[in-house]
Ligand binder design. Structure first.
Ligand SMILES: [Zn+2]
Length: 133
C-alpha cells in the first residue's frame, strides 16, 4: 500500500491539544464530508459496482425501495442518528442504480435543476402548490 504518514501538531494558542495524524493512501480516496455528487457516485462505484451489476437493476431497485421504507420509518421516529443513516442509505442505493444504468447523477441533476425549477425556471420556485414542478 503506497502512502505517507503525516503528523501535525494541533494547537490553540500555545497549548498543544493533540497531534493530528493522517495516513495518506494514494490508492484510496480520503474520507471527506464534503464529497461532490460526482465523487460520491465514483466512491459507490468503486466499492460495489461488480456486485451491483451482478444483482442487476431490478434487484437493486428492490433494495432501494426497502431503504425508502426504512427512511419512512425513521422519519416517524425520534432517532436522529438513524434518520441520518437512512437518508445516506437511500442516496447510496440511488447511486448504485445510477451506476448500473450508466447514468451520471451530477450531470442529470445539473441538467434538470441546475438552471432553477424545471417548472417555472426560477431559483425560488413560484409554481402553484397543486403543481409538481
Ligand atoms: Zn417552480
Amino acid at each position: 500500500m503506497a502512502g505517507i504518514l503525516c503528523v501535525f501538531p494541533n494547537r490553540v494558542g500555545h497549548l498543544p491539544l493533540r497531534h493530528l495524524v493522517f495516513y495518506v493512501d494514494f490508492n484510496m480516496p480520503s474520507p471527506a464530508s464534503d464529497l461532490s455528487i460526482e465523487d460520491l457516485q465514483q466512491h459507490i462505484r468503486r466499492m460495489y459496482y461488480d456486485k451491483d451489476v451482478a444483482r442487476g437493476i431490478d434487484g437493486t431497485f428492490m433494495w432501494l425501495m426497502e431503504e425508502v421504507g426504512e427512511l419512512a420509518s425513521a422519519l416517524r421516529g425520534n432517532d436522529r442518528e438513524n434518520l441520518q443513516e437512512e437518508f445516506a442509505d437511500v442516496i447510496a442505493w440511488l447511486f448504485t442504480i445510477a451506476n448500473v444504468a450508466d447514468v451520471n447523477l451530477a450531470e442529470a441533476l445539473s441538467a434538470k435543476y441546475g438552471q432553477g425549477c424545471p417548472g417555472c425556471h426560477r431559483f425560488e420556485c413560484e409554481c402553484s402548490l397543486d403543481e409538481k414542478p
